[in-house]
Design a protein around this ligand. Structure first.
Ligand SMILES: [Zn+2]
Length: 60
């Protein structure tokens, strides 16, 4: 994913299509749509390949 590309890291929709929430992780900015925020919260290991070390994150 290119820097500064405002797209949901899960579904790839951009801010023209859906409101995006910005998050930063290890100095890199990512965007996620409201629909996929629960994935980040409850099942972050499903973001493997989308965020670094996501497979090692524990749901909290
Ligand atoms: Zn999404």
């Amino acid at each position: 994913m290119a820097d500064n590309e405002k797209k949901c890291l899960v579904c790839g929709r951009d801010e023209e299509q859906i409101p995006l929430v910005e998050l930063s992780f290890r100095g890199v900015k990512y965007y996620i749509c409201p629909q996929h925020i629960p994935v980040l919260i409850h099942e972050p290991n499903k973001l493997e390949g989308m965020l670094p070390d996501a497979e090692n994150m524990e749901a909290g």
